[in-house]
Design a binder for this molecule. Sequence first.
Ligand code: LHQ
Length: 263
Amino acid sequence: MTPPNPVLLSATRNAVLTLSLNRPERLNAANDELLFALTGALKAAELDSAVRVVVITGAGRGFCAGQDLGDVQNREGSTNFTEHLRHTYIPLIQTIRSLKKPVITAINGVAAGAGASLALSGDVRLWSDQATLIEVFSNIALIPDAGSTWFLPRLVGAARAFELMAFAEKITAADGLKLGLCEQVFSAETFADDVQAYAERLATRPLNALALTKQALNFALGSTLDAALDNEAVLQQLAGDHAEHQEGVRAFAEKRRPEFGKF
Ligand code: LHQ
């Protein structure tokens, strides 16, 4: 049975599954329940043929303020950070990065700490003009985790990433766009509708090819050029053997728009 106030809200419209972190009074700071619910919902989305694109966003004025610090304080004894990360954030970020469907992180407000890592983990990052991102960890003398040390230097370079992390600088939407932390910025007033429209547009694209594109990019980010070239050749076979490809070629010959949605 669904609890009266679930930590994660879920709604599917026109093949777009929107997962909203729902602890708005704490700016959606994450506790174990929320992290497990989000990871579980993403895994279920992979198997659900009605879902072609997943959006992760936040309820209320925040996206995610990172780990719920009250939750950490309430644990008895010293926190086992390593085990906690291995059981919660690591499977979450791995699930997003390996999901065979595009994941959009829709940053409606502040994304801080592990919430910033989550914001950066999407295949597409859409920000409201009110969104901010803060690598806030050093304010409590922790190191960036949940993938921030991997995502951020690849986007802005190691030295800029270090500076943002060392001073826990607040990055506004305008700066986020300049730095390459997001693909689009939408007005806060129309944010949910703009995100839905973007996601629906993405849902019309060839899903098998996009899943393989994501796999190829993930691989290439950690490989040599030679290895990436060869991996492309292997994955291209999987794309070319799929019915989507036949549809794309047929549509081109017939001078019509391809209908990828049926695959
Ligand atoms: C919060 C939180 C929060 C609880 C706002 N927890 N209540 C991984 C594994 C294991 C352990 C440790 O950490 C990690 C990774 C991490 O994520 S570490 C980083 C943890 N996050 C933070 O340190 C962020 C703390 N929050 C803030 O710095 C500010 O709240 C930000 C900059 C996010 C937003 O500032 P404001 O817009 O001024 O909002 P606010 O501070 O007034 O917060 C609103 C409410 O949300 C407030 O509650 P209250 O009852 O006073 O209204 C905050 O206490 C609560 N809240 N973040 N992480």
